[in-house]
Design a binder for this molecule. Structure first.
Ligand code: PLP
Length: 447
């Protein structure tokens, strides 16, 4: 599988690159200097010029078991030959029911109803719609406000964008949902710099929900959505006690709590879900990415039976939730999802997080004192190295550092001034050292 011979595009005229409008990419820059991956296996990608790149990002926070695990490859191949597609509207196929059952078993107690989507963005929009419809179906139709948080990433749908908190993502798209408010983020280097795991300072920031309730009145608020660990906003572990406080306030005021576990789900924090790892149970969980180990697009919302049951008071022949996607519960995705869970369980990857997180923590914190480093944060098998930005050029130094890492054979992601790390859970201690040494060398190179 590591043979780059089938590169296809290698050496082709750049004209052939023009029709593809690439997502979240500087298209012209990319097309003048394409960076093509043609194969992958385990911890590595292979580029079209035959270089092996250590993947310290698990693709895009999704390939938690490493690339191309044989069980998943086989499951997809066999399923494609057996049943390519069947609608999930008013009909079904066994794998969707099996996958929902397996996910319900892995999810925190009480969260045992699974709605399938095709991405994290769709999962978020679905969860927000379920939250509003839940209150409506219970006769509480005034509860429509959705509370997000600064620095949050909840995908690119209008719903997710509305509750998200990264200004650059929001600014070009006109009015978003109106009935939205935001909690403050918890990132504060005067208190939390170089913290290991959950920072000690910041639980009180959850009390800002109390202030929001005072302004809008609890009777207008449908849901609060947060990533248990802010991901794309720069890997911000929740302060000790913060999620507990949010849970307490949501329960007190009848507000649904949604954890966006698109990154933290499926082993990233050392348990099947971040909720379990962090000991706080929301009413709804969104997931995607690691759900199929990234192999087939899929997302989902895991709901408490209390939420699900509220919809089931409708007459039996009524469609309880007017929502769904053509590809909800797609057979290929379900096959990949079942094989991914089998892989995580049989390779012991849910248990591996806690085993390696101490080694991981020690490794990444070795970068303290390297040039430009002003913070290092880690939790589970996630980390961010935050750099002091260059005057007037936020993000430029981090972007250059990541380029150096790539040239040296390690794929690292940039998020603002952060170098972000989220390797497959299969990473070895030697590979951790390689990642850290490569970043260290890059930081000594960039101005
Ligand atoms: N929510 C979170 C927390 C994410 O990190 C992401 C993607 O990175 C999404 C939602 C959106 O997922 P997708 O890109 O699959 O739509």
């Amino acid at each position: 599988p590591l043979n780059p011979d089938n590169a296809g595009l290698a050496g082709s005229a750049n004209d052939s690159l023009q029709p593809y409008w690439m997502p979240f990419t500087a298209n012209r820059l990319f097309k003048s200097k394409p960076r093509m991956f043609v194969a992958a296996e385990g911890m590595h990608y292979v580029t079209d010029d035959g270089r092996r790149i250590l993947d310290a990002m698990a693709g895009l926070w999704c390939v938690n078991a490493g690339h191309n695990p044989p069980r998943i490859v086989r499951a997809i191949q066999e399923q494609a030959a057996r049943l390519d597609f069947v609608s999930s509207f008013q009909m079904g196929h066994p794998l969707a029911f099996q996958l929902a059952e397996r996910i319900a078993e892995l999810a925190p107690a009480g969260l045992d109803r699974v709605f399938f989507t095709n991405s994290g963005s769709e999962a978020v929009d679905t969860a927000l719609k379920i939250a509003r419809a839940y209150h409506k179906v219970r006769g509480d139709a005034n509860r429509i406000k959705l509370i997000g948080r600064a620095k949050a990433y909840h995908g690119m749908g209008f719903g997710g964008l509305s509750v998200a908190g990264i200004p650059r993502h929001r600014r070009d798209f006109g009015p978003l949902l109106g009935d939205v408010d935001h909690l403050p983020h918890t990132h504060d280097l005067t208190h939390n710099a170089f913290s290991r795991g959950q920072p000690a300072w910041g639980a009180h920031l959850a009390d800002e929900l109390e202030a929001i309730v005072q302004i809008h009145d609890a009777s207008t608020i449908a849901a609060v959505i947060v990533e248990p660990v802010t991901g794309s906003g720069g890997v911000l572990p929740p302060p000790v006690g913060y999620l507990e406080r949010l849970r307490e306030l949501c329960t007190r005021y009848g507000i649904l709590l949604i954890f966006d576990e698109v990154i933290s789900g499926f082993g990233r924090l050392g348990a099947p879900f971040g909720s379990t790892a962090l000991g706080v149970t929301p009413d709804l969980i969104t997931c995607a990415k690691g759900m199929t180990n990234g192999a087939v697009p899929m997302g989902g919302v895991i709901a408490s039976s209390a939420v699900y049951d509220a919809f089931m008071a409708a007459p039996e022949a009524a469609v309880e939730l007017m929502h769904g996607y053509t590809y909800s519960g797609h057979p290929l995705a379900c096959a990949a999802g079942l094989a991914a869970i089998d892989t995580y369980e049989q390779e012991g990857l849910f248990a591996r997080g806690p085993q390696i997180s101490a080694t991981w923590e020690a490794a990444v914190h070795q970068l303290k004192g390297a040039p430009h480093v002003r913070d290092i944060r880690n939790i589970g098998v996630l980390a961010a190295i935050e750099l002091t930005p260059r005057e007037g050029a936020p993000g430029a130094r981090a972007a250059e550092a990541v380029e150096h890492c790539f040239a040296a054979g390690v794929l690292v992601r940039v998020a603002g001034d952060n170098l972000v790390l989220s390797p497959p859970l299969t990473i070895s201690p030697d590979q951790m050292t390689q990642v850290v040494e490569t970043i260290d060398a890059a930081l000594r190179t960039v101005a």
